[in-house]
Design a protein around this ligand. Sequence first.
Ligand SMILES: [Fe+2]
Length: 368
Amino acid sequence: MSTIVTSTVEETAQNVAALKLHSAAEENGEPEYRYAHLLPHFSADRYPPLTPFDHVDPGHRALSHPNPRAFLDSATSIDEITPQFGTEVVGVNLAELDGAGRDQLALEVARRGLMAFRDQQDFIDRGPDFYREWGSHFGRLHIHPTSGHPTGYPEIHLVYRDLKKSFNFEYDDAVTPTVWHSDVSYELQPPGLTTFFLLAQPKSGGDTLFTSQVSTLKKLSPQFVAFLRTLKAVHSGFEQADFSRNGRRGGTIRREPVEHVHPVVRRHPVTGEEALYVNRQFTRRIVGLKREESETILKFLYDHIDKSQDNQARIRWRPNTVVLWDNRITAHSAIIDFKESGETRHGARITPQAERPIPALDGLDLSL
Ligand SMILES: [Fe+2]
């Protein structure tokens, strides 16, 4: 975990607005928001650059277990969302999983890409100390450089949107808010097993789209995949930081932006599966190619990701759903379609970092 170098805590205008909103609700006799303690806070803390660390993937430990799916024994239903991608589970209380169960969960998510667990109020209500302990089992917790977090818990990444304010990306200048991405892929060691849940949600809308980057890659011809394996690309956090620097999304930058070079095709450290690892939000160019070549190949790959609904799954957020995905082999996009409802969407993400992406091509030089 990063050390916080300066810990001046200043309430931004957004924090003040959120607090006012809730005291106004109380004055009006409305019940206080159950998760008010998890509303976004944009501190003025400053963090040093992240440092490399050795990641030991918990899924490895489950490989030697006699039944790596034993954690699902109590399930009352296990449904495939699509044949290749995503599983929905009812009847397993994630909060009660022991270390071996969590290892098995990591392996199963690596195999299925995406898992949705219903009826997880116990998990959600255990609160931020539990979220931190939960995520730390899977890797060093990422602290987001710009997003809001609950006061005192910078490791918990929050998404928050209501009619009065937006603490996340705004898309008024695009025809669609759909932006496929893998979270913070600009980091040297981007996240692996990621946990996300909603604390408040609109009656309908605000679903999340996911796609399998394993399946995306498999649809391409062997000759083209062989070429892609030789490529590496720059992923950049500068535009996201500029978005904040321009006063939006809380307006804070707590760690200076970075960019890193990753293989275009990465290998999962536990399953050995290959996945496409470029995304429209953070990937900027393919190293070593002429600009037009890089733009053409990336545009083709992004278009392929966009339109291949046969690789995709869509999660409807019934209350108390906890979703986990393996950020190394999947991409996702928010669906922002509930503005007119005036309802609030408030979610929390627990984001352990994983290994530096392993090139599918052994020995690929990842220097710039
Ligand atoms: Fe995301």
